[in-house]
Every structure is written in C-alpha cells, then in structure tokens.
Ligand binder design. Sequence first.
Ligand SMILES: NC(=O)c1ccc[n+]([C@@H]2O[C@H](COP(=O)([O-])OP(=O)(O)OC[C@H]3O[C@@H](n4cnc5c(N)ncnc54)[C@H](O)[C@@H]3O)[C@@H](O)[C@H]2O)c1
Length: 275
Amino acid sequence: MTSDPLFSVEGKVVVVTGGLGQIGSELVRALHARGARVAVFGRSASIEAAGEALGEMAHDERLTIHRVDITDRESINQGLDAVESLWGVPDALVNNAGLDTQPSAPPEVSGPFEDFPVETFREVVDVNLVGTFLMVQAVGKRMRSVGQGGSIVNVGSIYGMLSPVQDIYAYRAEQGSPFTKPVAYSAAKSGVYNLTRYCATYWARHGIRVNTLTPSGVARDSQDDTFRENYTARIPIGRMAAADEFNAAVIFMIADGSRYMTGSNVVVDGGWTAW
Ligand SMILES: NC(=O)c1ccc[n+]([C@@H]2O[C@H](COP(=O)([O-])OP(=O)(O)OC[C@H]3O[C@@H](n4cnc5c(N)ncnc54)[C@H](O)[C@@H]3O)[C@@H](O)[C@H]2O)c1
C-alpha cells in the first residue's frame, strides 16, 4: 500500500462497472491491492464469476459483487443501495462497462455502414452512452446529496476520439469474411467525452470531479496475427496494450493528486492519437 497521499486510494469506496471484464478485473485488482473497498457492478456478475476473474480476492471483505445492468436505473439504484448500506456513498466510480463488436461478430452486425442495423446501433449506444449516463447521474446525485465530493472516471476509446482505421480490417475481405468496424461504438464513445465535460462543469463547485480515460486496443488471445500486426503498425510504441496498463492513470484520477483535474481526457494509447 502506498503511503503517499497524492496517489492513495486507501479506504476509498470505489464502484467499478464491468469489473470482471478484461480491463475491469485489472482495475479491481489494482484498487483492492492499494486498500480501496471495491464494489463490482456487472450484468452477469456473480460470486462464481468473480472467483474465476479475481481468484481469492473475490471473497475478501473489501470486495463486493453486484449483479447490475447499467442500462436499468432500478437495477443501478438497488446496487448502490447495497453498497451504501455497507460502506456509505461511494467516493469514486469507474464507468468501465462497455460493449464493442468483436472481429468474430456475424456479418449482419459487421457489414457496410450503409446496411448497419438500427437495433444494433441502439443496443451499443444503450450500454456505452446511456448506461454511462445513468451511472454518473445516480452516483453523482448521491455524492452531491451527502456533500462529500468524489471522482468519476468514464472510460472512452481511441475509436470515440477518432474514426476507426478500416484498412486494419481489410484483410478480412481477402479471407472471404469481410469486416467493417461498426459505427455504433464510435458514435457512443464519442458521446462519453461531452457527458464527462458537461458533468465536470456542472458539479465542479460541489467537489465532484469527472474525467475520461481513453485506452487503445488491448491484446487478446482471440485476435489473429494479421489483425495484431495491422493494429500494431498504427501504434508508435510498437505493441498493443496489456490490460493492466490503465491502472495507474485511473488510480491517479481517483486519488488526491488529481484534485485540480476535471473535465480532462487522459489518453493511454501507446501514441495512437499522436500521429
Ligand atoms: N479492450 C480494449 O481493447 C479496449 C480499447 C479501448 C476502450 N476499451 C473500453 O474499456 C472498457 C473495458 O473493456 P474490456 O475490453 O475490458 O471489455 P470486456 O468486454 O472484457 O468487459 C466489459 C464488461 O462490461 C460488462 N457489461 C456489458 N454490458 C453491461 C451492462 N449493461 N451492465 C453491466 N455490465 C455490463 C460485461 O459483462 C463485461 O464484464 C470498455 O468501456 C471498452 O469500451 C477497451
């Protein structure tokens, strides 16, 4: 545990949505290891799933698991009521839950923009933008009502700052399974940036800070070699991210060291957006 208050999250109550996913489970591990009390919110979260993702830590008294659908206000408030009765109003929220279309997606949701289904667009916006809005609203309201301030981190994406580079996926057409990186995720994630700025200014005098974290792509076993090569060629640092390489930025955004920072976008992307 760090003894430096600038970077300390010790004792803080932190809600992490999607906390059993690839990036989320690393954030949960890192926050817990530094003495935070961590509440995981996930659509299919359970103690068994937490055991698989987090191991022994899943049973620790500084960790709670809540099955919460972030697109459902009632479900969110049930989760927050449970956290509040245990530990009080959260000090921080990491809006990490998200929904993206993977390269393995069926052709009807990864075809050309001209034919992209509106139902899929709505579904992706519902999780990445509406869900983030509902979480920020519910947690910020509670923080404001007790006057304690707090820190909210919304997770964006380089594909919400910039358009996806379709050339990366062009090889799929040559292989007979064409893939167009869909519009819905980009449009939804771009909304996260102004949701962040709006809430940052709206609550600034109430001590509630709101910032965005922008990650770039994380290496996964399911990615094929050509995808990895094409993607890596766009990254100045020359490799994809590891899932734990966003931990330090999030810890900083929650800790006291960032107390003068709100409405910002912290980009951790190996340099992707620098050229
Ligand atoms: N992995 C990457 O390459 C990458 C790159 C840029 C941005 N991001 C962003 O980082 C965040 C985490 O990504 P990841 O790759 O770890 O994702 P992941 O798919 O591994 O995990 C996402 C988690 O969100 C949960 N979730 C989805 N919908 C939900 C809902 N309605 N309610 C509650 N929980 C829900 C899922 O159950 C899952 O546990 C996402 O916001 C993603 O868009 C990821």
